[in-house]
Write a protein that binds this ligand. Structure first.
Ligand code: FES
Ligand SMILES: [Fe+2]
Length: 396
């Protein structure tokens, strides 16, 4: 690796930095798609987005278009969203409901069991031994926990619950007491490497970026003392914190309609490898997930969740709380985008060779422990050393 003054002068430990090529090298991006996104459980949607028979929700994993559907027997299943005839994409909208999904090209149809149900003028395929009973869509694994639906392209992967390794326990109080539903969804193509986005959810030293965080959570005496906990699989959780949001001018305390199982104004966080974050700020749960497009472009999806069936006035208050922090024009989320894009921009030109993850604070809030754990898993799956990935990536 190209040496830098900071590296030379400090003789850095190899797990205290990453080579910035991991954010810009197309060969590494391809390895990530094949060895991470085609192997791990990928958050797809919430069950509340597909509540009825024949509801479906589309997504893409490692470039493979998929859709999750609730079959008439009530079970959730996931299929490759590509026609068995000549490969055209079948579902081309984010979500919908249909007993029959029709490919627009030659009008083959499929039901939500993935079975092919119609082939126009099918008889001409007979001499080739083709009939619709053999033309169903490939099914991929689909499992859910606490209403969170995950898919996996790897038929050999361990079960979802085992892979999560207990990292969702931090939300057991909440999930045990209420059924949540998505009330707000937006997505955005962020001009950043996908890991830069995920790091904004793990590396909390960056909270100096946010005016809002500086004036609220960072003023709490317990803020710096919370501990990170790591889980097998690269996941991490952070101890809860009660935050006085009224310290920020124009903001109100978040009490009275906090999510069940949480205290008023309580913050909880879990990061799920490789691309998911669940974050509660008392009244709202935010879920992030990502669909990397290229080394420097990522589709990020943001969901806001509240309690299913709650009164309209409470829902309105939750919506306001969500938008205040995490909406497209919120006080927090756009600042993360600003920072992540500035990182990726410099790294495209290889302006800076390394990024530090060298903070050691007994695993407390601004310790880089969660990103070191994250890159340990990244390395195990890709076979690359994040501090020196180029030789393995290029085969040099
Ligand atoms: S490609 Fe779908 S019907 Fe022909
Ligand atoms: Fe942030």
């Amino acid at each position: 690796m190209q040496s830098t003054s900071i590296q030379v002068s400090h003789s850095l430990r190899s797990d205290h930095y990453v080579d910035n090529k991991i954010y810009s090298d197309p060969a590494i991006f391809k390895i990530e798609q094949e060895k991470i996104f085609k192997k791990v459980w990928k958050f797809a949607c919430c069950e509340s987005e597909v509540p009825n028979k024949n509801d479906y929700r589309s997504l893409s994993v490692a470039g493979v278009p998929l859709f999750v559907a609730r079959s008439p027997d009530g079970k959730l299943r996931a299929f490759v969203n590509s026609c068995s005839h000549r490969g055209a994409k079948i579902v081309d909208v984010p979500r919908g409901n249909a007993r029959e999904l029709e490919c627009p090209f030659h009008r083959w149809t499929y039901n939500t069991y993935g079975e092919c149900t119609t082939i126009p003028r099918e008889e001409a395929f007979a001499s080739a031994g083709i009939d619709k009973s053999k033309c169903g869509l490939p099914e991929v694994r689909c499992e859910s926990l606490h209403g969170l639906v995950f898919v996996n392209l790897d038929q050999e992967a361990k079960p979802l619950v085992e892979w999560l390794g207990g990292c969702l326990e931090i939300f057991d109080d909440l999930f045990g007491k209420a059924e949540l539903e998505v009330f707000h969804f937006h997505e955005q193509v962020v001009k950043s490497n996908w890991k830069h986005w995920q790091e904004t959810n793990m590396e909390l030293y960056h909270e100096y970026l946010h005016v809002l965080n500086r004036q609220t959570s960072m003023r709490e005496p317990a803020y710096f003392k919370r501990k990170w906990r790591g889980y097998s699989g690269g996941h991490a959780t952070l101890d809860p914190l009660v935050v006085d949001y009224s310290k920020m001018k124009g903001m109100k305390s978040r009490g009275g309609y906090e999510l069940p199982g949480l205290q008023p104004n309580e913050f909880r966080l879990v990061d799920i490898f490789p691309d998911v974050m669940l974050n509660c700020r008392a009244t709202v749960m935010r879920i992030d997930t990502q669909m990397p497009i290229s080394p420097s472009e990522t589709l990020v999806q943001f969901r806001g969740l509240g309690v299913k069936g709650e009164p309209a006035d409470v829902r309105k208050a939750r919506l306001r709380d969500h938008a205040e922090f995490w909406g497209p024009f919120g006080r927090n989320l756009p600042e993360d985008q600003f920072a992540a894009e500035r990182q990726t921009e410099t790294m495209k030109g290889e302006a800076t060779p390394i990024s530090l993850m060298a903070r050691e604070e007994d695993n407390m809030t601004q310790d880089d422990f969660p990103i070191r754990e994250y890159y340990r898993e990244w390395s195990a799956l890709t076979g690359l050393n994040p501090a020196d990935p180029r030789p393995a990536a290029t085969g040099a």
